[in-house]
Design a protein around this ligand. Sequence first.
Ligand SMILES: CC(C)(COP(=O)(O)OP(=O)(O)OC[C@H]1O[C@@H](n2cnc3c(N)ncnc32)[C@H](O)[C@@H]1OP(=O)(O)O)[C@@H](O)C(=O)NCCC(=O)NCCS
Length: 139
Amino acid sequence: MNAETPQGAAGSQGRLVIRTIAMPCDTNARGDIFGGWLMSQLDLGGAVLAQQLANGRVTTVAVEKLDFIAPVKVGDTVTCFARLLSRGRTSMRLGLEAWATRHGEITTKQVARGIYIYVAIDAEGRPAPVPESARAEEI
Ligand SMILES: CC(C)(COP(=O)(O)OP(=O)(O)OC[C@H]1O[C@@H](n2cnc3c(N)ncnc32)[C@H](O)[C@@H]1OP(=O)(O)O)[C@@H](O)C(=O)NCCC(=O)NCCS
């Protein structure tokens, strides 16, 4: 996979689930974007896809893996991509990627990737079966 591509994140894997701008309120003590903010964007993006696949509510049960590849700066446009890697009876294992486009630049760089696990839940918050229609995507 390309680490840096022309704008549009052509090397990304998965569906576009979130696009946002990193703001000054999300910085760490050094002035770069706080890793927890990026982690939560990935979590939100994964939830967008997981809810579609589950056709209902989901909750995050685990973060299997998370790599921060490059810093995110204030003003970067951050785009998250998600895809279903595998599923169980009630759980879904999603591959997530975040890519950043620096303000005024044309290249887009991968800044994080991870594997998050979501569980489909019913109205009482109990695990619920994931529909058969949710299939892992070959890329
Ligand atoms: C997610 C939750 C509903 C699961 O309830 P549970 O009683 O543990 O249910 P189960 O043991 O039947 O597990 C449900 C599924 O999650 C999977 N799972 C549970 N814990 C897991 C873990 N740590 N890692 C990976 N998968 C896990 C199980 O393997 C099972 O998958 P399957 O049905 O596809 O085989 C419950 O743990 C919960 O509400 N957790 C809090 C979630 C939350 O608040 N998230 C936001 C954090 S701020």
